[in-house]
Design a protein around this ligand. Structure first.
Ligand code: C5P
Length: 347
């Protein structure tokens, strides 16, 4: 329990009967740096990462109902689980668990997810939906959880959910759930190339472990205690990348983008190598696999360059489709208030 003061009796004097629905908007992300440490005993990997939220949003609407349900429409909707495996449903369950069942003002809750973020694409779309469900239910039920309390619940739901709450540009530590805003200026213009295929995050981490083991075996290097040989010490934040973010200059940032999961993603989908090369051939400042992939992210000089790059990449036929997006984008935010006229609270 987070605390009794967030229980149902803390709902203020508004009439719960008039609250119909709350909608939250949540961003996709790319990792500007993704440094992966050895596999831990719990199966996760310690990370040093720089998250960057992108203006490509899912929307999550929650409303009181007789029974729990999840519905999904839009990009890749057919492959999102609708049962308790759904990350947004798990987030709501974790919130109820933390605050207490009295927080709900109805027997069930309807979660409607409108997807623009592709599924299993390395853009943390499922985590975004979980973050959206958290802020929306916090508002719907007037639960009054602070951003710190929401971040704590987010960390239990998934490694990227905390960042989806925060948005902007942020440093992630631990398994990614410990996030701190980073000093960054300016707007960055990106092209995202969506692949026809999907990659499951656990499979990409496992491939990363295998590649490291193979490399260590061939070089004769001894393994470490964690069972992940070939990892030279704990990962560290790239201070040059942080300086580039402070300068706001995309030409400085482009060559510093890095992702330890990229070789693993390429080993599973070799076509990604060609997709990344097409970025350089068409003038991108930097090209990288986003998170565990297979989406590729290309950094452009400005909006016009991004549009030109998108057209050029489409012409190469290396991907299913492309979009242009800017970053950083805000984290999960309530965009439509309850119908009872209460002001929207900011956690
Ligand atoms: O935390 P989340 O559920 O998003 O993680 C999905 C999977 O990705 C984990 O089960 C694990 O296999 C892998 N993972 C990892 N190390 C991390 C984050 C995720 O190994 N830091």
């Amino acid at each position: 329990m987070v605390g009794d003061r967030y229980g149902a009796s803390d709902g203020g004097d508004y009439d719960r009967g008039t609250v119909s629905a709350v909608t939250a908007r949540v961003p996709a992300k790319v990792n500007l740096q993704l440094s992966v440490g050895p596999r831990r005993s719990d199966g996760y990997h310690d990370l040093v990462t720089v998250f960057h939220a992108l203006a490509l949003f899912d929307e999550v609407t929650v409303s009181p109902a007789e029974a729990d349900s999840v519905s999904v429409t839009g990009e890749g909707a057919g492959s999102v689980p609708l049962d308790s495996g759904n990350l947004a449903a798990r987030a709501v369950a974790a919130l109820v668990e933390a605050v207490g069942p009295g927080v709900r003002d109805s027997p069930g809750v309807t979660i409607e997810i409108r997807k623009r973020i592709p599924v299993a694409a390395g853009l943390a779309g499922g985590s975004a939906d979980a973050a959206g469900a958290l802020v929306a239910c916090n508002e719907l039920w007037s639960a009054g959880l602070s951003s710190r309390e929401l971040a704590e619940i987010a960390g239990q739901v998934g490694s990227d959910v905390g960042f989806a709450l925060l948005g902007g540009t942020a440093i992630g530590l631990g398994r990614g759930e410990l996030v701190t805003p980073a000093l960054a200026t300016g707007t960055y213009y990106w092209v995202l190339a969506f692949a026809a295929e999907r990659l499951a995050t656990p499979a990409v981490y496992a491939a990363c472990d295998r590649l490291r083991e193979a490399r260590a075996a061939s070089s004769g290097a001894p393994g470490d205690a964690s069972g992940s040989p070939g990892v030279a010490g704990p990962p560290a934040l790239n201070t040059r990348l942080m300086a580039a973010l402070r300068s706001g200059d995309p030409a400085e940032l482009g060559p510093l983008l890095s992702n330890d999961l990229q070789p693993a993603a390429i080993s599973l989908l070799p076509g990604l190598r060609r997709a990344l090369a097409a970025g350089g051939e068409n003038g991108s400042l930097g090209a990288i696999v986003s998170g565990s992939g297979p989406t590729c992210a290309y950094l452009a000089r400005d909006g016009k360059h991004a549009r030109d790059l998108a057209v050029a990449l489409t012409g190469t036929g290396v991907c299913r489709s492309v979009v242009t997006v800017t970053g950083p984008a805000p984290g999960a935010s309530v965009i439509s208030a309850p119908a009872d006229g209460r002001p929207v609270s900011q956690p």
